[in-house]
Each structure stands twice: as structure tokens, then as C-alpha cells.
Design a protein around this ligand. Structure first.
Ligand code: PRX
Length: 640
């Protein structure tokens, strides 16, 4: 690997070069890839529209780089290892050659079902190898994939399908997660009632539970594969794509009620996912990489699929959950496959810590060489537990800060190279130019300072637009501070120049590493028949990082409060999915508002955090009595 950083001096040199000569730097990194046609220019950009183009004029196909180019050298090496939910079920594995054949085959299935280059395809599947195959088949034929996490409700899926105008949906009869079975096809059936753009669905057999199949619309995955086999399994030559053609859409929450379809394009995203994967994890050929995320999130896209496959690594796909059949499951998986790199989330670490060391003891974790953390700030206690009990004190931990919008890791140690500090994402990777600004957008220079985290220069993996609404992309990310990308995160830069992410500064929650907009949850709560209005804030939660705290004004005070809480939670689950269920619901008779009618969330946040005395400035409140009532009520509020 030509661009592997091996020492801190090499990191510093690469960083300096990436700032002084970004085009030279990224042009060199990108030259490792297989291009059908070289680019005319490495970078064209402005942050005002915004308009960012990487490798403009270049032609390539992402799957040619993730599959075809590995065939000669490592065709028989394992590309994907799959561990099923049930440890009693047999595992599966695919070599690069096998994966290439499967992807080719499924690209034919897509074409046979009317999918063309540029069409949008929605994937709602469990964590099975077929999900990886379907994602890559879309990329091979130039369709834009939109993977929706298996925990979202029919309503959420319908919103995403309609926003992207998907013409085809790929799902399964059902999926397994721990002791639960998720009726995926049935959820899709409910969603499709509202989705006239969908002409076809392809249904994989996984759970063997009964499902409805509608003539002309629904087809079995296995039957469609047979049709390609009868054609003699012809190869599916990778479609030649423009560097800036969209590769995928991934929906994520913002501060408005409606999730945004973040658009990533092929070449820049691939280059960035690959570069960050090999460098941050110090990937060595032959290593087994285990990222515990779901492919329904950006972490799964970049560090289960595209990054590792571009590097020719062996990537492990796990269908289950860390706590089933017991809290030793992850460590069993590590032992079984001799995992080298383990990349997981602080919430998983905290939850497993709570079960005690008996689930770790006796597991052979000696294969581990590097550990990673992502999704939320990692507290020191979890960091040390991970370091000592999982890494055996010998594995560097990389605390990687990034976002759906950044496509890949931005601020992070380089394993074994950057000196780490618990709780710190440490330093920006080459090509990443962070700065801190105050509320007025003035840069805060020097060390030992805090501010809002922005980025001043493009990087290849960055968001290009929000699907169907470019203005929304501009307003959300590029309008708060002129000529800067605003991350939405608060950040501290310490005396050593190390970065520590302190959390969101907008109305977005981070619950178990999942982003949830407070407005989305409020909209869902407000659907409930008796609700007049509501306000949602986050509060510190021992396992989830942040919990969801809802203040709700109801008209009917006669009804049993606990029953109403459960019904409100069920309404949110139906509208968004179980991940957005409030942890606590407090009924109030009014919300603290300013004279202009704006809810004073700052006060609600403080009360939810358990602060009942110092609420800051309350002089602009319309009705201070409301605060008194809420403050008194918090003491009697039970869990929702
Ligand atoms: O607040 C930051 C937090 O997660 C947000 C991005 O969420 P999402 O787009 O869902 O992507 C998660 C996986 C990349 C960020 O704005 N976040 C992510 N990583 C870290 C983090 N906060 C602190 N430390 C991290 N390492």
C-alpha cells in the first residue's frame, strides 16, 4: 500500500502536503485506483452554492475497484465473512471471486426488473450477505442505492422512498435480531401503500415466515436468480460512471422534522473511504476487520463495505446483537474468526461493561491488534475498559469523529502512530482542515479553546447535495457561517491542539450513536390524539449516551397517565421506529416560551439533566409559573 502512514513524522508531512497542495495530494492517492478515463481536474469547488467536484471528467466504476481489480491477486481470499444471528446456524463466507460473481448476477436481476443507470433503489434488508451483494450490484449497474435501517417504521420508509422516487425495493420476508424477528416484508407492504413510484419488489427468503406476495409487483430473490442462471450466468460488465455520478443516498436527521437524503458520489467517496480505512486502522493485508455497525448507517457503508473492499480486506458482517444469546457474543465472534480490527460504538461498550467481566473472561481475544470507536463521545471509563479488558492494553484505540455527511473519518488518531488521549478524537486526518468559530462565525484561534466545529476546505468524501433539494444542503451546512461547512458539533481544542467533540449544538440528539432530530420526535408525539404540543430534549443516559426526554401538553387529563405514556411511545414507534421512543415523558400544562412564542429549550434541557435550581436567565419568559410547575413535576415523573 503506497499511502500508508507509518510514523508521526509521516503523518505530519502528509498533513502539511495535503494543505499546501490538496490537488497533488489527493491526485496521488486516487492514482492507485482503476480508472476508465483519467480526470481532467482533481478539484473544482466553492462553498457558496455549494458546488464541489472531485476528479471531474474521470470515469470509473466503484465495484471494479472493490471487486474486479482484486481478482488476479486475491481472487481466492475471503472478502466477506458472515456470522448469523443464531450462533447455531452455519456461518457463510465469500471469496472475492465468489462475491464478484454474485454481484454480477444480481446486477442482471436488477436490469431484468427494469432498473436503469441513475434509478433509485431502496434496500430494507437484514444484515445478511445479500444486503452487501445488492448494494454492490446497484453500484455496478449505476443505480443509486438508498439503504434504510431495518429498525425504521413503514411511515419512515415510505417518506424515504417517496423523497428519492425509488422504483424498486429489495427486502426479505423477515430478519432476526437477537431474540426478535422483524417482519420486514410486512412493513414494506404497509409502506408501499403510499409509494406509487415503486414498480417492483424483490424479496429474499430469510425468516421463512408467511408473507403476502402481490402478482406483478413482488418477486422472490431466489426465482430471479434462477432466471439469470438459465441465461448461463453471463458476466455483468461494470457500467462506466462519471466521477461525480451519485453512488448512494443515505437519510439522516437534522434539526427540521424531515430527514435529509445525503448524496455521495462515486469517485471521491471511494478514494476517501479507502484512504481513511487503511490509514486510521493501519490495515495490513490479510487482517480480518469487524465493524459492528449496521449497513443501514454510514459507518456500515464506509467501513463494512466500501473501505475494506476497496482495500482487498476481509470484512466481517454480523447479523445479530452484542447481548444475545448473552453479553459475550461479540467476544465469541472475535475469537471464532480471529478478528484483528474491532470497530464499535461507545454505547455497545457501556452496555457490555454493565454485564460484568465474566462474559469477557475465557475468550481468546489475542488476535486483536487495533480497536476503534465511533458515533458519539466515548467517556473515559468506557475507553479504559475497552483498552484494558478487550485490547489487553496492547491495542491502540482510535476514537474516530465523522458524520454521514463527511463520508469517512475526519478527526481521529492513526492507529499506533498518533499518541492517544481518552475522550479525544485527537488530530485531523490529512486533507481535513477544521476550525472553531464563535456564534458570529469569528474564528477562535489558539489552543485551550472551545467553539463550533467547522471545516474550511473540501475533502473527497464530502456530501454533494441533499437529494432533490440543493438549497436545503446549502442552508443546512454552508449558510450558518459563510464559506465554511458547519458540522453541528461543539468542540474543544486543548493545550496540545487535540480535538475533543463535546456533542451537538443544534436540535439533534445522539441516542446510542444514532442521530435523531428533536423536531421529528415532537412531530410524532403530536400525532397522538390527546396531545396539544410537546418539546423534546436530550438528557445524559448511562448506556445510550443521550436519552429522549419529552415534555407533553395533553388535553385529556382524566386518563391513566402511565397508559397514555405507553400509547404515546407506541405512536412514536409507529411513526419513526423504536429508536425514537422517548425514555421519559413528563406531562405539563404548558411549555416555557418567550414572548415571541419560541420554546425555551435551554431551560427544558437543564431540568431534564436534573438541574432544578440554576436555570439561567428566565427574564424573557412569557409565564414563569410554567417553569415552577415543570420543576416540581420532574420529581414525580416516571420512565415512559
Ligand atoms: O455529534 C457527532 C457524533 O455523531 C454525529 C454524526 O452522526 P452520524 O451522521 O449518524 O454518523 C455517525 C457515525 C459516523 C456527529 O455530528 N459523533 C460521531 N463520531 C463521534 C461523535 N461524537 C464524538 N466523538 C466521536 N468519535
Amino acid at each position: 500500500m503506497t499511502h500508508l502512514i507509518r510514523s508521526f513524522e509521516e503523518y505530519q508531512a502528509a498533513y502539511r502536503r495535503s494543505v499546501a497542495d490538496p490537488e497533488g495530494f489527493w491526485g496521488e492517492v486516487a492514482s492507485d485506483f482503476q480508472w476508465r478515463r483519467p480526470w481532467d481536474r482533481v478539484l473544482e469547488w466553492n462553498f457558496t452554492e455549494p458546488a464541489v467536484k472531485w476528479f471531474a471528467g474521470g470515469k470509473l466504476n466503484v465495484t471494479e475497484n472493490c471487486l474486479d481489480r482484486h481478482l488476479a491477486e486475491r481472487g481466492d481470499q475471503t472478502a466477506i465473512l458472515w456470522e448469523p444471528n443464531d450462533p447455531e446456524e452455519h456461518y457463510r463466507k465469500f471469496t472475492y471471486r465468489e462475491l464478484h460473481a454474485k454481484v454480477s448476477q444480481f446486477a442482471h436481476v436488477l436490469r431484468n426488473n427494469g432498473v436503469r443507470k441513475g434509478d433509485r433503489v431502496c434496500l430494507y434488508l437484514p444484515m445478511v450477505p445479500e444486503l452487501a451483494i445488492a448494494v454492490l450490484a446497484c453500484a455496478r449497474m449505476g443505480a443509486i442505492h438508498s439503504v434504510v435501517f431495518g429498525g425504521f417504521s413503514a411511515q419512515s420508509i415510505a417518506d424515504r422512498i417517496r423523497d428519492a422516487g425509488c422504483s424498486l425495493v429489495i427486502t426479505a420476508d423477515g430478519g432476526f435480531r437477537g431474540s426478535k424477528e422483524i417482519p420486514l416484508k410486512s412493513v414494506i407492504d404497509d409502506a408501499l401503500v403510499q409509494c406509487p413510484s415503486v414498480r417492483k419488489t424483490i424479496v429474499l427468503t430469510r425468516s421463512r415466515s408467511p408473507v403476502s406476495m402481490i402478482k406483478g409487483r413482488d418477486a422472490w430473490w431466489e426465482d430471479e436468480i434462477k432466471k439469470v442462471e438459465t441465461m448461463g450466468n453471463p458476466d455483468f460488465p461494470a457500467e462506466e460512471m462519471d466521477a461525480e455520478d451519485p453512488l448512494f443516498i443515505l437519510y439522516t436527521s437534522g434539526s427540521t422534522g424531515k430527514p435529509k437524503g445525503v448524496v455521495h458520489t462515486g469517485a471521491g467517496y471511494l478514494v476517501y473511504a479507502h484512504y481513511t480505512f487503511v490509514n486510521v486502522f493501519g490495515y495490513q493485508p490479510g487482517e480480518v476487520h469487524f465493524c459492528t455497525a449496521d449497513i443501514g448507517w454510514i459507518t456500515g457503508h464506509s467501513y463494512i463495505l466500501y473501505g475494506p473492499l476497496a482495500a482487498g480486506a476481509t470484512t466481517l458482517l454480523f447479523e445479530g446483537v452484542p447481548t444475545w444469546p448473552d453479553a459475550g457474543r461479540l467476544w465469541e465472534v472475535v475469537q471464532k474468526y480471529r478478528v484483528n480490527i474491532l470497530y464499535t460504538a461507545p454505547t455497545a461498550i457501556r452496555s457490555l461493561m454493565g454485564f460484568g467481566l465474566e462474559y469477557v473472561q475465557g475468550k481468546d481475544l489475542s488476535s486483536l491488534t487495533k480497536l476503534g470507536s465511533v458515533g458519539e463521545p466515548i467517556n473515559e471509563e468506557a475507553w479504559h475498559w475497552f483498552d484494558e479488558h478487550i485490547g489487553g492494553g496492547r491495542c491502540p484505540i482510535v476514537d474516530t469523529w465523522w458524520q454521514t455527511e463527511t463520508g469517512g473519518i475526519m478527526i481521529s488518531p492513526i492507529a499506533g502512530v498518533t499518541p492517544t488521549k481518552p475522550g479525544y478524537a485527537t488530530l485531523p486526518l490529512p486533507g481535513v482542515q477544521p476550525l472553531l468559530v464563535d456564534e458570529n462565525g469569528r474564528e477562535i484561534e489558539g489552543n485551550g479553546v472551545s467553539g463550533n466545529l467547522c471545516l474550511r476546505f473540501p475533502w473527497p468524501g464530502m456530501i454533494r447535495t441533499t437529494y432533490g433539494d440543493h438549497e436545503r444542503c446549502r442552508l443546512n451546512y454552508f449558510a450558518t457561517y459563510p464559506n465554511l461547512y458547519f458540522t453541528g458539533d461543539g468542540c474543544l481544542r486543548d493545550q496540545d491542539g487535540y480535538y475533543r467533540i463535546t456533542g451537538r449544538v443544534d436540535d439533534v440528539l445522539n441516542v446510542s450513536g444514532h442521530r435523531i432530530g428533536t423536531a421529528e420526535v415532537e412531530n410524532a408525539i403530536n400525532l397522538y390524539t390527546d396531545v396539544v404540543e410537546s418539546a423534546v430534549v436530550g438528557y445524559p443516559h448511562g448506556v445510550k449516551g443521550q436519552g429522549i426526554y419529552a415534555y407533553v401538553v395533553c388535553i385529556n387529563h382524566q386518563r391513566d397517565e402511565d397508559l397514555t405514556r405507553r400509547d404515546i411511545a407506541a405512536t412514536v414507534t409507529r411513526a419513526i421506529g423504536a429508536i425514537a421512543r422517548p425514555d421519559k415523558i413528563q406531562f405539563v400544562t404548558g411549555l416555557p416560551k418567550t414572548r415571541s412564542g419560541k420554546i425555551m429549550r435551554r431551560i427544558l434541557r437543564k431540568i431534564a439533566e436534573g438541574e432544578t435550581t440554576d436555570l439561567g436567565d428566565t427574564s424573557t419568559l412569557l409565564d414563569p409559573a410554567v417553569v415552577e410547575e415543570i420543576r416540581a413535576g420532574v420529581l414525580v415523573t416516571k420512565g415512559g
